[in-house]
Design a protein around this ligand. Structure first.
Ligand SMILES: C[S@@+](CC[C@H](N)C(=O)[O-])C[C@H]1O[C@@H](n2cnc3c(N)ncnc32)[C@H](O)[C@@H]1O
Length: 289
């Protein structure tokens, strides 16, 4: 189609509301108009451009997003995350960009030798499990979630993005389904629900009304899930094993203290790409002979 027609359609859609960043994301993921092609078109509107979806369908999706606050990832069914394109659905939290850092933190603890066995507690759609399975194709991994719908989505994402994965999925609460491997997990990552009760109701409608409550709500002070994960670490981890957690933007001091109180060592905080302390790292003490 003529580039001028697409740019005119884009202006019309933005006049209804929403942000250009979101509309361009929709054009890319649903329409097949890559960001770089769109930039070239903006510089030279005389170009032609091919679309993978009709403008009518794209207009409907945009309308659903604006009117119903439906996340674009749910409408398109996809979410780009690190180097993969994950399937996304209302069954699980939409993977967040900040969580990508948790993978880098995990990889940097195991630069020379991969963990003998790892786990992702609260795996959701499986972004962390997929990334770790791709990074360490010969190390067995485990993804755990209390939601069977989320686990079905995680399984599809593992098949899709890490087809030769060595990761099994388990239905249950935190460390419980992994009992047979307690004491043998060299690495456990978790991005658990950590939003305090008082904050959950005030979340934007696009989050509050479309993402699973179980993926967001961390109890009265937001730390219920984090306490459960930290409490299980000294039993579940192998000697010297690492626990890496994501938490809310204002929980760093509390989470660090929980880790110390649980007898973990080498406790430290790490920042997200905006400089906010959003991650906590700690180890189970190595065995003494
Ligand atoms: C914040 S989401 C994170 C999902 C995924 N790891 C990610 O980063 O996109 C938290 C996940 O923990 C799961 N969850 C909540 N309570 C749980 C429990 N008691 N045991 C295991 N998983 C739980 C939720 O179903 C949800 O998938």
């Amino acid at each position: 189609m003529a580039g001028t027609d697409l740019l005119q359609w884009r202006r019309q859609q933005l006049a209804h509301g929403g942000s250009a960043v979101d509309l361009d994301w929709l054009l890319d993921l649903a329409g097949g108009v890559r960001w770089a092609s769109l930039q070239r078109l903006l510089l030279d509107p005389t170009r032609t451009i091919s679309l993978e979806q009709s403008l009518e369908v794209l207009s409907q999706l945009w309308e659903q997003h604006l009117q119903g606050n439906v996340p674009l990832q749910h409408l398109v069914g996809l979410c780009p995350w690190r180097d993969v394109l994950l399937e996304s659905s209302p069954a699980a939290l939409i993977p967040r960009q900040e969580t990508e850092v948790l993978v880098d933190l995990a990889l940097s603890q195991f630069k020379t030798t991969p963990p003998a066995r790892w786990a992702d507690l609260g795996t959701g759609s499986g972004p962390l499990a997929v990334s770790l399975a791709r990074a360490w194709p010969t190390s067995p991994g485990h993804g755990v979630d209390l939601s069977s719908d989320a686990l079905r989505l995680a399984e599809r994402n593992l098949q899709r993005c890490a087809p030769h994965h060595y990761c099994s999925l388990h239905l249950g609460s935190w460390w419980t389904p992994l009992k047979v491997w307690w004491g043998r997990l060299d690495l456990v990552v978790s991005n658990p629900p950590y939003i305090p009760s008082s904050v959950v109701d005030g979340l934007e409608a696009v989050v509050r009304d479309h993402e699973p409550h179980m993926a967001l709500h961390g109890g009265e002070d937001g730390l219920d899930a984090i306490r459960a994960v930290v409490d299980g670490a000294s039993t579940g981890l192998s000697p010297g094993g690492w626990l890496l957690l994501e938490h809310h933007h204002d929980q760093s001091i509390l989470v660090i203290q929980l880790m110390r109180d649980a007898g973990l060592v080498q406790v430290s905080a790490a920042a997200d790409l905006e400089g906010t302390l959003r991650f906590a790292l700690a180890r189970k003490p190595a065995a003494t002979s």
